[in-house]
Design a protein around this ligand. Sequence first.
Ligand code: B12
Length: 212
Amino acid sequence: MDAVDRYIRLALEPDLAGLARLLDETIEEVGPLAGYDELVRPALVEVGRRWERDELTVGDEHLITALTEQVLTDLSRRHTGSDHVAVVACTPANRHRVGLLMATDALGLAGWQPIVMAAQTPALDIARTARDRGAQLIALSVGLEVELDDLADQLDGIREVVGAEVPILLGGGPLARHPEGFRPPAGVTVCLSAHEAHAQGSRLLGLVGSSA
Ligand code: B12
């Protein structure tokens, strides 16, 4: 049985401790970013496939997602804190939070202090939270292809509140599945994986740190 199968089987039992152990072992072996990109993400994509083929129920999918969120939230407690705040949020129509949590951890590991907001956060509230908390980075997770249609408008709305200086990182399923589907405006960087979230987070922290 491969690791993706084991992941799904443990989550279905449900065996939270076993799932956390599997992730810990994977992280020990390949590191957290590869653990996310090469185990948790493929496991969730496989859950989507099995659900489409009627091999898993909606209840199964909810259970696996809930346990995954719990394990990822526990992992994020290891961040040590930093003065450089990043507001991390799902776009207004997006309820998919797993990728967001991985990006959060990647940014935390890169040295940011992530403030994670709930799913489906209105753009104006993301922007106000970032402005009011002095965020130096905004990271957004997009969940559905249909959201790409008005993403540029959402970003413009955020820019009106936070100004042109705050960099924005964008990620999420539709961008990863269709990298050509959205052309990011100036100041916005698209990341297709937790690895990229970490690399771009480190790069931007270097820029912010050197201008402070
Ligand atoms: C779990 C799940 C749900 C759960 C989510 C629960 C939760 N708490 O997250 C629930 C049940 C809510 C759900 C609902 C829906 N879903 Co859904 N869902 C999924 C599923 C099975 C897994 C998603 C996931 O976690 N993937 C794994 C993560 C880790 O991948 P990821 O997001 O791409 O993240 C990686 C990178 O993109 C990147 N990243 C992600 N975010 C960010 C952010 C930043 C800043 C950075 C830097 C990087 C980054 O890092 C991650 C690590 O590699 C997918 C199947 C699939 N193929 O993904 C369908 C899927 C995404 N869902 C889909 C659909 C259609 C829906 C619904 C419309 C279904 C319905 N009829 O109600 C609703 C829409 C809800 C909404 N408004 O968002 C479709 C989307 C297709 C499309 N055309 O857009 C998919 C692809 C299933 C399918 N094959 O049809 N879903």
